[in-house]
Design a protein around this ligand. Structure first.
Ligand code: HEM
Length: 485
């Protein structure tokens, strides 16, 4: 009897397998989309590359081989065209809905936030609560620029202290400290951090920026039960003072419970919302914005300053410095070369270069000439959009700020620029981040020349986490040479 059951189960399994193979190769509406035969059959190659922290380069290579639309798994397609960006991320304001992938960013169990909300309507409501505080007009007001300038001064003052004592500065750590202090000021003043000077607050930088969680995050996504078991064991054996000890979560939760935060802060806005928001949900929104505002800005600035410090980038640094000196009192928004340097930095070294997955809505859609049934996962990745179309971005691996100053091709370049995502789910903090980057670069390159320090041995290879990318060795030693100004 037992043998019969086993035989029936095996036969059932074989029939199922044959059906899946037949469907994926011969019947699926996605079968006409180019891609390797293995990706048509199974998700395994993609999952393998995700665990190996190689999804970005794997997909880019597939696009180079198969073109602008590639089937990367039986139910998943990656695109590299302007039309796809528009459809997926902007149709109806915020495009298609987010996939389950985003539930990974729910920092307090059961308390959603803007980034982790999948339903379009609910997401839009959350975003509306604070959207006016992140518009370009609001961010460029003197009260906001003053916050950024204060923390840029703290950064340059720290640099000047450090160079008095040693030959090099690890900008990786201090740029992340700058990003943390600036965003927590905007969100939580007077309870923002002061990590730039070390001390207790530096623990938050350590916890947020030195983790390596990519395998754990994919396990949480694909094998949630296994992940729960792992969490349980980790809780028993983890060094509670070490990374991931919940220090930042406690800081955010504790601060969100305060009743005397400044009226200009985002926290105050949540606390005084017309419809009362549960405290855990407020903490979740704030945590979301803290996390979103640190690695991104810190890594983008780190890659950019490192690149500017390479010997071959000396002419770029020089041209930037000339513009800054000749326009010392201009707004950072009126400095075209500075703008071009930042754009090119985000094109080449954008800190969120990996796919932003979305689900095709009911009834399916036609995209770039292919019919996609409802439920298909579709995405674009900035890394490929910034490199694939070589008519728009000639010599795409080269760092050439001047390309952003050319009139010809401006529209195409802007349409393909995807460092902040797009539409109603794109980066809400993009104007804040851009301001931080521009003010910091202006202060640094008006007063210093930078070069890669002789003792810099770390690798600046781009290394992927689940959504952001950072320098592989998480160290970046630069020498700062003060100018006579
Ligand atoms: C150079 C710096 C930054 C880059 C490159 C960047 C990039 C991005 C990207 C690509 C997305 C969309 C991801 C997706 O659709 O899956 C995003 C979303 C988001 N970013 Fe940023 N970001 C930066 C800085 C910031 C800062 C400073 C904040 C501070 C508030 C912030 C807050 C957010 C939030 C809250 C979301 C979710 C928006 C939503 O779901 O509607 N980001 N960011």
């Amino acid at each position: 009897m037992a043998m019969l059951v086993i035989n029936v189960l095996c036969a059932g399994l074989v029939v199922r397998l044959v059906y899946v193979l037949y469907y994926n190769l011969c019947a699926s509406p996605l079968r006409h989309i180019p891609g390797s035969w293995l990706c048509h059959l199974t998700r395994l190659p993609l999952t393998y590359h995700e665990y190996a922290a190689n999804r970005r380069l794997y997909l880019h290579d597939l696009h180079k081989r198969y073109g602008p639309a590639v089937r990367i798994a039986p139910d998943e397609v990656s695109f590299a065209t302007v039309e796809a960006v528009k459809q997926i991320y902007s149709v109806g304001g915020s495009g298609y809905e987010k996939t389950n992938f985003y539930t990974l960013f729910e920092h307090f169990r059961g308390a959603k936030n803007m980034f982790s909300t999948l339903h379009k309507g609910h997401h839009a409501e959350r975003r509306k609560r604070v959207a006016d505080r992140f518009t370009k007009t609001y961010i460029m007001q003197p009260n906001v620029t003053a916050i950024v300038e204060e923390h840029v001064r703290a950064f340059t003052s720290r640099v000047s202290q450090l160079i008095a004592a040693k030959n090099s500065v690890d900008i990786y750590v201090y740029l992340h400290a700058f990003a943390l202090d600036t965003i927590t000021h905007y969100l939580l003043h007077p309870y923002g951090t002061h990590s730039i000077n070390g001390g207790e607050d530096m623990r938050q930088v350590e916890e947020l920026c030195y983790h390596d969680t990519i395998k754990a995050r994919y396990t949480e996504l694909y094998f949630p039960r296994l992940h729960k078991l792992y969490e349980l064991c980790a809780r028993l054996f983890r060094d509670r003072k070490g990374p991931q000890s919940g220090y930042v979560l406690n800081y955010v939760r504790g601060t969100c419970a305060k009743s005397d935060v400044d009226e200009s802060t985002i926290l105050y806005r949540y606390q005084k919302a017309k419809e009362a928001i549960p405290p855990l949900e407020i903490a979740s929104e704030i945590m979301d914005q803290v996390v979103a505002g640190i690695d991104t800005t810190g890594d983008a600035l780190c890659f950019l300053m490192w690149h500017l410090s390479l010997p071959e980038a000396a002419p770029i640094q020089e041209r930037l410095r000339t513009e800054l000196h000749q326009n010392a009192s201009a707004s950072v928004d009126d400095l075209p070369y500075l703008d071009a340097v930042v754009q090119e930095g985000l094109r080449v070294y954008g800190p969120a270069p990996i796919s932003f997955p979305r689900v095709v809505p009911d009834e399916g859609r036609v995209l770039d000439g292919y019919f996609l049934p409802a439920g298909t996962v579709v995405s674009c990745q900035p890394w490929t959009l910034h490199r694939f179309d070589t008519a728009t971005f000639p010599d795409p691996e080269a760092f050439i700020p001047e390309r952003w100053l050319e009139e010809e091709g401006r529209l195409e370049r802007n349409r393909l620029f995807f460092a902040f995502g797009g539409g109603g789910t794109g980066c809400i903090g993009k104007h804040f981040a851009t301001l931080e980057m521009k003010v910091l670069l202006r202060e640094v390159y008006s007063a210093y020349k930078t070069s890669v320090a002789p003792d810099m041995k770390g690798s600046m290879e781009i290394s992927d986490q689940i959504i952001v990318s950072r320098p592989k060795d998480q160290i970046c030693l630069l020498s700062f040479h003060a100018l006579d100004v």
